[in-house]
Design a protein around this ligand. Structure first.
Ligand code: FES
Ligand SMILES: [Fe+2]
Length: 373
């Protein structure tokens, strides 16, 4: 049993090794975290046409996210109400006005209502409304689609606003200036990271590794060489000889339109539990969405977002931004996999320690222990 951190000590314990590979812990997390919290599953503008859908794995379920005829996004458990066949076996596509089960051809409208059931729909004893697809709570926040499998989900703001306001020291307004919901994806890369999702999240939260692992990143944000990720209310400040977070260090596009002078040389990294990372730069935003696939494997989908007007320019080229964070990503995934490799060792049975510049991560470990003791 891991105990809560003692604030008077300089070194505090991590989670024990088995939290990062034990299938029983993984199953508990799926039930207590990914089935009860709001989970980000992608960008709303990935589904524009009526009938456009994606399927996502969440909390042991498979969920269809579909844009209906009125262009409203809806989510349903991907299970036929007749005999339980999976309705949409593909990960994405466009439905032609309805969802039809391949097995006995029950047909559902895009709002989930059962509209076809051969030979039984007209029988008086059959109540079609009792066999609609089972809905899943869905919200769009800042252009991102969030699902919650709970039947009584808490308001999404309760989960999301806290970390943002904490990061911006009480001011949601400073975050709102980035207007993330109106940015457009210029590039998406999906990575299969050979590590537990918590290793990816913990790695993002500390910069003790930035000096050894990210020499290039530290050229842009020299304070990270010292390993300090958070310093009161200060965001990291761009080095004096850099114009932007681009592979050349030069500014290749105007700053995001809502920003004010005090924002222009800042970088904010924000974690929204359980699975979203936000990186705010002056001319683009990078988001990472984590999907746990196995106890020791996580899919990380990374989107580079730009001002919509920039993406519509004929000469728009996001490569300067993509190349740089892709490099940082790959450095991170390498060391996450190395960490995963150590989790099953008897050397890590009782876990390791967070050094002082990593202490803030213990709050994440405590969050996990509170949900999955
Ligand atoms: S299982 Fe879907 S129609 Fe029979
Ligand atoms: Fe990193």
């Amino acid at each position: 049993m891991t105990t809560k951190a003692h604030s008077e000590t300089s070194f505090v314990s991590t989670l024990p090794g088995h939290y990062y590979y034990d299938p029983a812990i993984y199953a508990l997390e799926q039930e207590r975290i990914f089935s009860r919290m709001w989970v980000c599953v992608g960008r709303a503008d990935a589904l524009t046409l009526p009938g456009a859908y994606q399927t996502v794995s969440l909390g042991g379920e498979n969920v269809i996210v579909v844009r209906d005829k009125e262009l409203k996004l809806r989510a349903f458990l991907n299970v036929c109400r007749h005999r339980g066949a999976r309705l949409c076996p593909e990960t994405s596509g466009v439905l032609k006005g309805s969802i039809q089960c391949r097995y006995h051809a029950w047909t559902y409208a895009l709002n989930g209502r059962l509209i076809g059931a051969p030979n039984v729909l007209n029988e008086t004893a059959f109540q079609a409304m009792d066999f609609s697809l089972l809905p899943v709570a869905l919200e769009v926040w800042e252009g991102l689609v969030w699902l919650n499998l709970s039947e009584t989900p808490e308001p999404i703001e309760q989960q999301i606003y806290g970390p943002i306001i904490e990061r911006f020291v009480g001011s949601y307004e400073r975050f709102a200036r980035y207007d993330v919901g109106h940015l457009k994806s210029g590039k998406t890369i999906s990575y299969a990271v050979q590590a537990n999702w918590k290793i990816v999240l913990e790695n993002f939260q500390e910069c003790y590794h930035c000096g050894p692992m990210h020499p290039e990143f530290c050229r842009y944000f020299p304070q990270y060489k010292s390993g300090v990720a958070y310093n009161g209310d200060e965001a990291a400040t761009l080095a004096a000889d850099m114009e932007a977070f681009s592979i050349t260090g030069k500014a290749n596009r105007p700053h995001l339109p809502g920003l004010v002078p005090e924002d222009l040389r800042r970088y904010y990294g924000i974690v929204i539990n359980p699975n979203l990372l936000l990186n705010l730069f002056n001319d683009h935003v990078v988001i990472h969405t984590l999907t746990p696939l196995e106890p020791d494997c996580t899919r990380v989908t990374c989107d580079w977002l730009f001002d919509r007007k920039e993406t519509e320019r004929p000469d728009f080229d996001p490569a300067d931004a993509v190349e740089l964070f892709d490099l940082v990503n790959r450095q991170d995934w390498e060391v996450c996999a190395l960490t995963q490799a150590g989790m099953t060792s008897r050397a890590y049975r009782n876990g390791g320690i967070y050094v002082p510049v990593e202490h803030h991560i213990r709050a994440f470990a405590d969050f996990i222990l509170e949900k999955c003791p």
